[in-house]
Ligand binder design. Sequence first.
Ligand code: GDP
Length: 318
Amino acid sequence: MSTAAPTPIVALAGGVGAARFLRGLVRAVDPRDVTAIINTGDDRRFYGVHVSPDIDIVTYTLAGRVDRQRGFGLADDTFALIDALAALGHETWFRLGDADFATCQHRSLRLAEGAGLAEVTDEIRRRFGVATRLLPMSEDPCATLVELSGGDRMHFEEYLVRDGAPSDVEGVDLSAARNARPGPGVLDALRAARSILFCPSNPVVSIGPILALPGVREALRESTAPVIAISPIVAGAPVKGPADSLLRGIGAEVSARGVARLYRELIDGFVLDTRDREEASDVAALGLRCIAVDTLMRDGDVAERLARDALELADSLR
Ligand code: GDP
């Protein structure tokens, strides 16, 4: 199985922000030289099937088949199955398209046959013609829970999709990830990496769960590879999604500088957006090499340039 082969660039990844960046990265370098370690804290069973939202977003995006408007799901998918389930009285707030459902059904069948999530993920990405290795961060259940004021605690997908990401976040519970084992190949990939990149993903609920896994922080600290993070905060706000509420909820500043502070012990360099360039000196004061470039990935060209900038920063730190 290909999860054993070491590859030189390792990227820690969530969903949409990561997928946009990885699309650029695999234009900048040989896609086979990239390994993405992907968050599974959002995974959950829906309608009897195992849904891995971030793995599927990255797979579909790298395959060129993602629904670009939504940023997730498959382009031109239909929704007959979910509509039929709704007609039967099911709660259907998590709207899986028909072909997307088939991916999840296939995953569930293979898991029931005894395959591991890493193996199935590898099979699926190959079927989609994706040359980049995609590693689930863990094969153990590691649901991320969000805690709201008033004491409500819920699975991340319930928070995001069912409830529309309310802003009154009081905390994020990563204890499941903290007690999970890293997936096959994860620690080996980090140890063998020539460069390690933190994609511009949600630091709290996408990169946070990966960093919470036993052994990951140690592997990053011991690695001789430069570690570079790209800010998901642009002009002081998330490009998309509830990173602001989640950052505030864990007591962090909603800014590029705030994200750099969260990662400071683990990274060597930080890429922030030109719109936040006045924060670069604060990031440098943390002991990090910092560059300011255009990080708003409107298209593949910007994403490719951003990937090249991040890799150049890594090279300058060797
Ligand atoms: P999710 O699991 O689908 O939410 O995906 P991620 O965690 O990978 O991505 C969410 C983060 O990506 C958000 O915090 C966004 O601000 C960030 N993001 C999305 N698009 C861009 C972009 O074009 N540039 C940058 N710098 N960040 C982005």
